[in-house]
Design a protein around this ligand. Structure first.
Ligand code: ATP
Length: 382
């Protein structure tokens, strides 16, 4: 493709590769995207993650030049490319459905975008691409003679052959079965690092996003919920939506007492009240961060950097390396129906000190590390 470069020549190496400002997309009266800001560093791998209909593909299509946004601007390599059509963008695109030409061989598919190059250069580039994807022995085959994983590798080679500045991937692994998907995921990351190519990928698969990305942008109803590294999103979600969308999360609905303090059922919770969490806050904690210990079973207390709550094992499930335990909270002084309705899940190492003694009915203290607790305003969807 004919690359559109910055008006003042090449952008400096440390300049961002892609800058989106206030990008919006309206289809008639429907707003599919609103106010999307994103700055992508050169060589960075950013994933667009979100539920179905959240606007991921719409955003990728705007960045590709397939459907220009109705609001905002897109700059690539220093140049405003907002209205530049796809054939004049410096991008390579891979779709979910391979989109190879069925009547062309693997070699002709890969060199399709290189027709303007002299034959020897085309040949050299083809060989480099075949080596890159490990399909040298299949160059003369047609797409119909290849497996799904092989076809997707060819699609990747075809997108990379013209040496684009930006690689755009729209659910590239979702049509593949689980094992091929895992293999190709690892290969994609290796290739992306080796080539140092700036990459944006759409997925609704959180595991794919966590394992592949330098940063993840979470979209919901066309708006950005959070942009951050995988560990930022997992450990410090910015909203209840992100907390629930990525990974498993325990959610304890709290109430606010008239004095502003927090309550869990009838228990006043010895935690600082965060006014931003509103009148019905939700306390969130990942299952693997919840600890268990024997000890006296009195009301909640804060000790050693933990919130400690009395509870009881409801169920446990042996999973080899870990045991998954379902716990109920309970007030040893008097039954509290509001507490009895609350359960938490934890993952404990099967070889740990509590080991296999986590039988239903066992009473324990639940240890919630204070620095990992997140309080959000409730969304009413408990
Ligand atoms: P999925 O994971 O299901 O592919 P997505 O997050 O990629 O979803 P988009 O395809 O970007 O979602 O669609 C976002 C919203 O915009 C959807 O509600 C969709 O119906 C709507 N939409 C997309 N393209 C158009 C169009 N050309 N005309 C009208 N509405 C559209």
């Amino acid at each position: 493709m004919n690359a559109v470069r910055g008006e003042g020549g090449e952008a400096p190496q440390d300049a961002p590769h892609l800058v989106l400002r206030g990008v919006g997309q309206r289809f008639g009266t429907f707003t599919a995207l609103e106010g999307v800001d994103l700055t992508v560093r050169r060589g960075e791998f950013v994933t667009l993650l979100g539920p179905s209909g959240s606007g991921k593909t719409t955003l990728l299509r705007a960045i590709a030049g397939l459907a220009p946004p109705t609001e905002g601007s897109i700059r690539q390599d220093g140049a405003d490319v907002t209205a530049v059509p796809v054939e004049r963008r410096d991008v390579g695109i891979v779709f979910q459905s391979y989109a190879l030409f069925p009547t062309l061989t693997v070699a002709d598919n890969i060199t399709y975008g290189l027709r303007a190059l002299p034959r020897p250069e085309r040949r050299t580039r083809l060989e480099a691409m075949l080596d890159l994807i490990g399909l040298r022995a299949h160059a003369g085959k047609y797409p119909g003679q290849l497996s799904g994983g092989q076809q997707q590798r060819v699609a990747l080679a075809r997108a990379l052959a013209p040496n684009p500045g930006l690689l755009l991937l729209d659910e590239p692994l979702s049509a593949l079965d689980a094992e091929v998907r895992r293999d190709l995921r690892a290969e994609l990351r290796r290739l992306q690092r080796q080539l140092g190519i700036t990459t944006l990928m759409v997925t609704h698969d959180q595991e794919e996003a966590l394992t592949l990305s330098d940063r993840i942008m979470v979209l919901n109803h066309g708006r950005v919920e959070q942009v951050g590294s995988p560990s930022d999103l997992y450990e410090r979600p910015a909203s209840l939506f992100v907390a629930g969308f990525i990974g498993a999360m325990n959610r304890l609905p709290l109430a606010r007492a008239p004095d502003g303090g927090l309550r869990l059922g009838r228990w006043p919770l010895p935690l600082p009240a965060d006014p931003a969490a509103g009148p019905a806050p939700v306390l969130c904690l990942r299952p693997e961060w919840l600890g268990l210990e024997d000890g006296d079973l009195a009301a909640p207390l804060v000790a050693d950097g933990h919130l400690s709550l009395p509870g009881r094992v409801l169920d446990s499930e042996y999973r080899g390396a870990q045991i998954m335990v379902q716990l109920g909270l309970e007030d040893p002084a008097r039954p509290d129906p509001a507490l009895a309705a609350l359960t938490l899940t934890t993952l404990q190492p099967a070889w740990g000190p509590l080991g296999r003694g986590l039988e239903p009915g066992r009473r324990l203290r639940l240890r919630l590390p204070l620095d990992r607790l997140r309080l959000f305003a409730g969304d009413g969807a408990q």
